[in-house]
Design a binder for this molecule. Structure first.
Ligand code: ADP
Ligand code: MG
Length: 935
């Protein structure tokens, strides 16, 4: 900070305060403004688009300065905090009128992204997170300043941390070392977190309930809770009596979904628009209260994994499904229950107003009826919820007696307290009313005496009560009786001793009454504070009722069915399942339901089918059914029997993900690696068109190698969609793999997608048809058809050569079994695609032949078996030919050059049993480069 000139005492004070808040914008109160100086001013002026001025304009080094009016500060602060800045609010701690010299100033609150309570239109949780490094990972704790929710867990990896942050959607983290920031850098950047460094000051215990950490069993978590609470107290500087008892939880006690899985499945927001609309959350959100909405989101983020918990929720849902009228009534009652959690938070902060208390009372008044309706259901599973559903009649009664139903928002203007609540207050009010009546009578009397009809008695803040007479009428006044107070253009104002006396009585009563009302209100507020815990429990119970009624409403409206759940029995059978969101958007009658069956023996489904036929939808449909079922909701199917999963992984390699601009092949491989390393028999894996992000052959090589690996090592349930038709032959080799495809029929030259899942592999990919659907120009489409036919013919010719000679294969010492074209295959293909006359193998140029073997060898190596019978499909789908051959010269090269020979040798000698799929991929891609160079 420049200090060339000697600073005024005020600036000295500013510096002394600012030095404690280096990472905040300091709002320095000066009369009716908050002023910002130096860099703070430069930054704020730019962001808030306010005028930048300067202090000491004529000095050598004027101080940059900008300001915002005190009464409008909230909006400016919101803007800054929403953009990730922190604001320290520095107030005048003394009345300037009564102080000589410098007014004392101090920071009263630091507003930070993680502690801000007034984001526009927000009813979501806003979590502040603290992280501490512990022996075996990270201690993560978080708090919602509004609701007082306080939780913590130990996470053992950065991945787990990333997943947790994605659920919490926090904007800020508190840490105590630079090393940790370094370690978390990637996560911090990914979520664009505001990082707050904090060192324990150890003074939080006076502000939060004493027993707040009493139930934390894991000692390693305690320091992370302390760091969090200490930071909270240091920034908030106010009572935090609503902070709930810290709750410890384990991330693996709920269904684990990676951040990518949640994103891809569009659980709470859509991938493209990032909006709630179109997500599962949007679909399910039939909740009526803010508490219910927040709870629903939490349940979606963390579905259950314990059978008993799932069954209990199912019973709750079922009881409301079976009782339509009760459910409808409960829904109506919930509509008028306000956000209890937030009201309790405001009570604790001291920012609650009379209207909040009236809302609280109104909400409490609904509880007995909700209870009665639930009790009438006779479902024992509700008992736990009912236990916390205390309608707190004493509290409701108190608010009812004390608070005026027409109370204003302000606490200082009176009219807060109901008549009859305080005798003293009623006396003051009587004095006020009597006084005012007396004044009204006086006005009449004066008119009678003077005969001036327009004479009136009014009030203003400067002169109090006065008698006003127009200039024209002054002549009728007996001036002796009146004291002139003010002269206006066409009137005079007077007072009289008796008027002044009455005025004193009235004003005194008003002042006393306003003060008494305020005091009484604060007393009521303190009593409400005593109910904090009970109200928080009630809020939780209400939230549960709300989400369950939403589940029931949705399940009924969309004809969901109760799934049979089991942890032991791993058979999966969903009959006529649907994707709830796609169905809702496109309409029930248009959506084609699809069944799915898997068991421990057949646990991999390989899904083929034309583009746009419904492969991705089918896969996501299963994942959403799993998530719905494990939240305790019913599922969109006519019947469902489902094993309970503990982890879901997804890898969407298709064009679907390219839209988000996040998909690189590296990301694809990292995610795949993550999935195959962590998956077990209780996992669900969705691999959607994996390998699409790279060239055809290494993509296909990896896809096949991944399937092989899964088949051999991971007994998880796996859905694998692919555009590599070659892979469908794997079903012959792997008993655990079954082919299904999405049906399409050709009618009068037009292809009709049936969106129906059928047994067996698909026969072709209809790429050009999709292009047609997309509205591409006719000439372009015709050209594509032509090119396709040419490619097919070339492939045919080459096939003929290959079948005749098969020299290349023997030259390269590939066992004949790896590359045979069985007559059976030929027949079936020819049958399958009369129009599509592609025969096997399609790859004409030598380069491609060598690449084929790359594939075969890579597969063999990953499978760790030298005898693996990697099968090169006798037929290439059109899009692959197009991919390869449109960009390369198609002339066959029959001789092997030294570079190709070198690649082949490397293939034979490389031992990849210790390599990761990614390393294999890199190697394969390097070979490819070499082969390209060889031409
Ligand atoms: P793919 O992954 O095979 O390219 P998608 O799953 O993305 O296809 O589906 C493409 C479109 O087809 C969807 O956007 C939807 O409009 C429609 N669709 C998918 N499945 C169905 C279905 N079961 N019933 C009706 N329409 C469907
Ligand atoms: Mg797809």
């Amino acid at each position: 900070m420049p200090q060339k000139t000697k600073h005024t005492p005020m600036m000295e004070q500013y510096f002394s305060i600012k030095k404690d808040y280096p990472d905040c914008l300091l709002f320095y109160r000066l009369g009716d403004f908050y002023e910002l100086f130096y860099d703070d001013a430069l930054k704020a002026a730019q962001i808030l688009e306010i005028t930048l001025t300067s202090r000491n304009k004529n000095a050598v080094d004027p101080i940059p300065m900008c300001g915002v009016p005190h009464h409008a500060a909230r909006d400016y602060i919101r803007t800054l905090v929403e953009l990730g800045h922190k604001v320290a609010i520095c107030e005048q701690m003394e009345d300037p009128k009564q102080t000589k010299g410098m007014v004392k100033r101090g920071v009263v609150q630091v507003v930070t992204p993680g502690t801000f309570t007034e984001f526009s239109g927000q009813s979501d949780n806003n979590y502040l997170v603290a992280v501490k490094r512990v022996f075996d990972g990270y201690a993560v704790t978080y708090v919602d300043v509004c609701t007082g929710e306080l939780r913590g867990t130990i996470l053992t990896s950065l991945d787990a941390l990333r997943n947790e942050f994605s659920s919490l959607a926090n904007r800020e983290i508190v840490v105590d070392t630079d090393e940790l920031v370094e370690e978390l850098r990637e996560v911090i950047e990914y979520f664009q977190l505001v990082v707050s460094h904090h060192q324990m000051k150890d003074d939080f215990s006076d502000f939060v309930p004493e027993d707040v950490l009493a139930e934390v069993a894991t000692a390693e978590l305690v320091p992370a809770f302390e760091l969090l609470l200490d930071y909270l107290v240091v920034t908030q500087k106010r009572s935090l009596s609503h902070i709930q008892k810290a709750e410890e939880y384990h991330a693996d006690h709920s269904l684990m979904m990676s951040l990518e899985a949640k994103r891809n499945l569009e659980l709470t927001t859509t991938i493209r628009a990032g909006q709630k609309h179109g997500s599962l959350f949007w679909f399910l959100d039939e909740t009526k209260t803010a508490m219910g909405t927040r709870q629903l989101k939490k349940w979606i983020e963390k579905p259950l994994i314990l059978e008993c918990d799932i069954l209990r929720r199912q019973s709750l849902v079922e009881s409301l499904m079976d009782n339509f009228f009760e459910r409808a009534d409960i829904g109506d009652l919930l509509k008028t229950v306000y956000d209890l959690e937030r009201i309790v938070g405001r009570v604790s902060f001291g920012s609650v107003n009379a209207r909040d208390l009236l809302q609280l009372q109104h909400s409490l008044a609904q509880i007995p009826q909700i209870r009665a309706l639930i009790e009438s259901l006779n479902e024992p599973a509700w008992e736990v919820v009912l236990r916390d559903m205390d309608s707190l009649p004493q509290l409701a009664g108190l608010i009812d007696c004390a608070i005026d139903p027409d109370a204003p928002l302000s606490l200082t203007e009176g009219s807060l307290i109901k008549k009859g609540y305080s005798e003293q207050l009623d006396t003051y009010r009587e004095a006020m009313t009597n006084g005012k009546q007396w004044i009204a009578q006086l006005q009449q009397r004066e008119r009678d005496i003077t005969g001036i009809k327009t004479l009136k008695i009014s009030y203003n803040k400067v002169f109090g009560y006065f008698i006003e007479v127009t200039k024209a009428n002054i002549q009728y006044l007996d001036e002796e009786r009146y004291e002139r107070k003010q002269t206006l253009a066409n009137a005079e104002r007077y007072i009289t001793p008796e008027l002044k006396e009455k005025e004193r009585v009235i004003l005194e009563a008003e002042e006393k009454s306003a003060k008494l009302e305020y005091d009484l209100f604060i007393k009521v507020r303190e009593i409400v504070k005593g109910y904090t815990e009970a109200l928080q429990r009630l809020a939780q119970a209400v939230a549960t009722v709300d989400v369950i009624q939403a589940f029931a409403a949705v399940s009924e409206q969309y004809q969901f069915t109760k799934p049979v759940m089991s942890f032991e029995d791993r058979d999966l059978q969903i009959i006529d399942g649907r994707h709830p969101v796609v169905e809702k958007v496109m309409g029930r009658s248009t959506y084609v339901p699809n069944s799915i069956q898997m068991n421990e023996d057949e646990h991999i489904l390989l899904i083929t089918g034309p583009n746009m036929s419904g492969k991705s939808t089918y896969m996501r449909q299963l994942a959403l059914c799993v998530i719905l079922a494990q939240m305790g909701c019913f599922v969109p199917a006519s019947s469902a029997k489902m094993p309970i999963f503990t982890k879901i992984f997804t890898r969407i390699g298709a064009a679907d993900d390219l839209i988000s601009g996040q998909s690189t092949f590296m990301v694809e491989m990292l995610e795949t690696n993550h999935a195959i390393r962590l998956a077990d028999q209780y996992s669900l894996l969705l691999f959607d068109e994996i390998g699409r992000g790279t060239a055809t052959y290494d993509g296909m090589a990896l896809a096949e190698a991944i399937i092989t690996h899964i088949h051999d090592h991971i007994p998880a349930k796996v859905l694998f969609s692919t555009h590599y038709h070659e892979l469908t032959d794997l079903s012959q080799k792997y008993p655990g793999l079954r082919n299904v495809h999405v049906g399409a029929v050709e009618k009068d030259g037009e292809v009709v997608f049936l969106h129906k899942i059928m047994e067996g592999p698909a026969d072709k990919s209809y790429g050009i048809h999709v292009a047609k659907l997309a509205g591409m120009p006719d000439s372009l489409l015709a050209n594509a058809e032509e090119i396709l036919t040419r490619l097919e013919t070339m492939a045919d010719n080459h096939q003929a050569e290959m079948v005749a000679g098969n020299e290349v294969a023997s030259q390269n010492e590939v066992s004949p079994a790896q590359n045979v074209v069985t007559p059976q295959n030929e027949v079936s293909q020819n049958e399958a695609s009369a129009k599509n006359k592609v025969a096997s193998p399609t790859v004409a140029p030598m380069q491609n032949e060598a690449a084929s073997q790359t594939v075969a060898t890579a597969q063999n190596m990953v499978a760790e078996t030298s005898k693996a019978t990697a099968h090169i499909s006798p037929r290439e789908p059109q899009d692959e030919i197009a991919q390869l051959d449109l960009f390369t010269d198609i002339a066959p090269v029959l001789a092997i050059d030294p570079q190709q020979q070198s690649v082949i040798e490397q293939l034979q000698t490389t031992n990849i049993s210790n390599m990761t799929p990614l390393q294999v991929m890199l190697l394969v891609s390097q070979w490819q480069e070499e082969l390209k160079g060889s031409r």
